[in-house]
Ligand binder design. Sequence first.
Ligand code: SAM
Length: 242
Amino acid sequence: MSGLLLSRDDGKRVGSEKQLAQMRANMVEYQLRRRGIKDERVLKAFLKVPRHKFVRPQDIWHAYEDYPLAIGYGQTISQPYMVAIMTELLELKGDERVLEIGTGSGYQAAILAELAKEVFTIERIPELARKAEAVLQELGYTNVKVIVGDGSKGLPEYAPYDAIIVTAAAPRPPQPLLEQLKERGRLVVPVGTRKLQDLLRITRIGNDFKTENFGPCLFVPLIGEAGWRGENELEGSEGYEV
Ligand code: SAM
């Protein structure tokens, strides 16, 4: 594989899988470990998953940079550090059933597949779901199921989940997702307005929910029944309490 030449669409840069692996190792060291990501299993997963397979061909040489990238249809693959923080907050040990809302490129789903037993991931844009499914298949992930639909309603047929991650911004924690958490299950979700959110981790304790706030973040909107109702809806958060 290391001899394989990859080029950008403009042909200005060529290189090998080996160079990309080096860039990946640098990403893990400088963007994740030195910024405080501690879970060794999480760091190992980021070292293994080839992020460049999940971006558009013209972005291969930007795949390991410290920012989000466009993936088409107005959507993004999140910044590696944000993917890492959210993953670490799920506290996965290896035997969990995980639900992801917002498959996008499929990169976060691949990371989850490295860390949990089974992953269900929902995407509302069929073209993105199909593309992500193809890459996940090509990479040999047999423990991920990609589903097209409105993930704000969750996926009751496979509930309850040990962990649920929402990779789009919600106006409030979606009630169906809270209901689909197992006892001690964790929901990680950006909640706020269309312009700014807080990254929340909500843990189910009996019929109560403990909410922790990990600071500001910015995501594309969760469009759906328990999210925002339309791409152009201007409404902000109705207010949530932490
Ligand atoms: N996790 C993705 C990755 O690793 O590439 C990035 C996700 S991107 C920031 C957010 C995704 O959420 C978009 O692909 C968008 O289409 C999707 N989305 C928004 N609302 C949704 C909904 N109600 N159900 C499922 N997917 C939704």
